[in-house]
Design a protein around this ligand. Structure first.
Ligand code: C2E
Ligand code: MG
Ligand code: MG
Length: 558
């Protein structure tokens, strides 16, 4: 309903005042009509009471219009009833008593009815526009909030089910906004089909976010699953001359009234937090119900993003270097650069905590860029101190290795730092091949052509099978710590590690085990002919000075 900027309570008070005034004017006009002989004196001018009749009637019409502007739905009904009754009684007067002087009153009432009809139709249209998303025709955020507010006032329990299309940006970026609009309209159509009066209402909250409110006994999870399946099945042969075939990737979050919150803003925010949670779980669970732990985690994640941004701006980051050794003879192979964040109060924030958070946003590109520049600048000395006999590994996120400009960036940093490309190793994970696989493979090939080595980090934890890895231009497989942890006791892990080493060698890849902590693990890996180790058993990550010293010692021993 149109909100005349006053709040709901103020609006009701104004309407009541206007209605009372209208009634007073009605009584006044009836009084004047039955006492037409009365006269009023203003100074020396004497006016008959009937001369005020027109003013009183015009005021009645004006008040009806004011009520209509305040609340066009109720105002329209009030006007029709009130003016209808007035016309009816005036007509009776004319017919029974021949009171022809009531005729102007009838015209006046008819004009008031027409004015109110025109104004209320205009306001109804404007109101609809204000709560409708112009692209999809669904309710917009405001329309959706109004709906929730009404249900909260009526104490009707409901669930808010949020949907977020994760890969929508890819459509906009790669195909253009026209295709993006078509995809959004197609999604809206699919959602509209699920709308059901009194039970389900759908809306577009903004961008690529949609929401539904589900009333009554409908279970929101199967409902969300059904919608996600509909949206997820590709957008094909949509109208407007486009024929696109794109599978949309959708996440969903659910909040409930009255369980989670008793106001619209919080319910929308919590459903959004639940979607965020579903998104960061890396496909483990695509639908999440909101809970209070999630809220704490969400605020921590927001805080972490802030800390990372501030650390980039104020340079609170630094790098440590974890040595990697050849198992046979413990010769230094090189170092993995690892990022450290120390806040001004001395608090350390682990990359294991902040990297997964910033990986969900474009912020990771800035972090990776920072690490690459700083690592090559600092590690140039390490490389020089060994006459180029070591490799320096830099972790690069999936978002970065799968972006078209990455190789050019590496080239420019190599040139700026005079770092020898053959001493650089880029560590990527299996997830890099999940998104934009073609671009990632192309980038990896181009990096290999530059002489740069490529390591596949955390191998054995993801979904990539050994046969899939065989076709990737990788030079080093890094067996994940989780497989090494229990290798002495877990027969399956032992055999798996053995298979990885064997297959790695078949592919002409070298193999390193990370997170090696004990001599037993070391012995087993040596028996399985693993090439290198990285782990606390031989060295924790070192500060730059210690890493330089290690390099010099190695060179002296050689
Ligand atoms: P990762 O790349 O797999 O790095 C190995 C992690 O295992 C490091 O933790 C390292 O300190 C730890 N580690 C190595 N040997 C042992 C061991 O014997 N025992 C134990 N308990 N831990 C060991 P860290 O430095 O906390 O890094 C965690 C993760 O954060 C990294 O896993 C990587 O995914 C990410 N990361 C760290 N630095 C960077 C960076 O510069 N860029 C990007 N994109 N990610 C980074
Ligand atoms: Mg790594
Ligand atoms: Mg790793």
């Amino acid at each position: 309903m149109l909100r005349f900027h006053a709040g709901r309570k103020k609006r009701i008070v104004l309407i009541v005042i206007a209605v009372i005034l209208t009634m007073v004017l009605a009584l006044l006009s009836r009084y004047v009509e039955s006492h037409r002989d009365l006269q009023f004196g203003i100074g020396r001018i004497i006016l008959p009471a009937s001369s005020f009749l027109g003013v009183v009637q015009a005021m009645k019409g004006l008040l009806c219009i004011i009520i209509c502007v305040l609340d066009y739905k109720r105002g329209r009904i009030l006007t029709y009833v009130y003016m209808g009754c007035s016309i009816f009684f005036m007509l009776i007067g004319i017919i029974s008593k021949g009171e022809m002087s009531s005729l102007p009153g009838i015209y006046n009432s008819i004009i008031s009815i027409i004015s109110v009809a025109i104004i209320s139709t205009g306001l109804a249209k404007a109101d609809k526009r204000a709560v409708t998303d112009f692209l999809t025709g669904l309710k917009n955020r405001r329309g959706f909030s109004d709906l929730l507010e009404k249900a909260i006032r009526e104490k009707k329990p409901f669930h808010v089910v949020y949907f977020e299309i994760e890969n929508f940006r890819t459509i906009n970026d790669n195909l253009g906004h026209k295709y993006g609009d078509v995809a959004l309209k197609a999604v809206a159509e699919k959602l509209k089909e699920k709308e059901d009066d009194d039970k389900v209402y759908v809306s577009r909250i903004g961008g690529a976010e949609f929401a539904a409110v589900v009333f009554g006994k409908i279970d929101p999870k199967p409902f969300a699953e059904c919608i996600m399946e509909r949206i997820g099945t590709s957008v094909t042969n949509v109208d407007e001359g486009f024929d696109i075939n794109i599978a949309l990737s959708v996440y969903s979050g659910i909040s409930s009234f009255p369980k989670d919150a008793d106001n619209t803003d919080d319910l929308l925010k919590y459903a959004d937090i639940a979607v965020y949670n579903a998104r960061i779980q890396n496909n483990k669970e695509r639908i999440c119900f909101f809970n209070s732990d999630m809220k704490d985690r969400f605020f921590r994640q927001i805080e972490l993003e802030k800390i990372v941004k501030e650390s980039l701006a104020r340079d609170y980051f630094y790098l440590v270097y974890q040595p990697q050794f050849k198992i046979e003879g413990k010769k230094l192979r090189g170092f993995e650069t690892l990022l450290r964040l120390k806040q001004p109060d001395g608090t350390m924030v682990s990359p294991g905590e902040f990297i997964p958070v910033v990986e969900k946003s474009e912020l990771i590109l800035k972090v990776d860029s920072y690490v690459l520049r700083r690592a090559l600048k600092e590690a140039k000395n390490l490389v020089d101190s060994t006459d180029g006999d070591i490799v320096v590994s830099v972790n690069v996120s999936a978002k970065n290795i799968s972006s078209p400009g990455f190789v050019e960036e590496v080239k420019s940093v190599l040139a700026a730092t005079s770092f020898p490309p053959q001493c650089l190793e880029i560590e990527i994970t299996e997830y890099s091949f999940a998104e934009s696989r073609e671009i990632t493979i192309e980038n990896v090939k181009r990096l290999r052509e530059l002489g740069i080595q490529i390591a596949l980090d955390d191998f054995g934890t993801g979904y990539t099978s050994l046969s899939q890895v065989m076709h990737l231009p990788i030079s080093l497989l890094k067996i994940d710590k989780s497989l090494i942890d229990d290798i002495e006791n877990n027969k399956m892990n032992k055999e798996f590690v053995d298979a990885i080493i064997y297959m790695g060698h078949l592919m002409e890849c070298e193999v390193i085990s990370e997170g090696v902590e004990s001599n037993e693990q070391l012995k087993l890996l040596k028996d399985h002919e693993c090439d290198f180790v990285q782990g606390y058993v031989w060295s924790k990550p070192l500060e730059y000075d210690s890493a330089l010293e290690l390099c010099k010692n190695q060179t002296a021993m050689a």
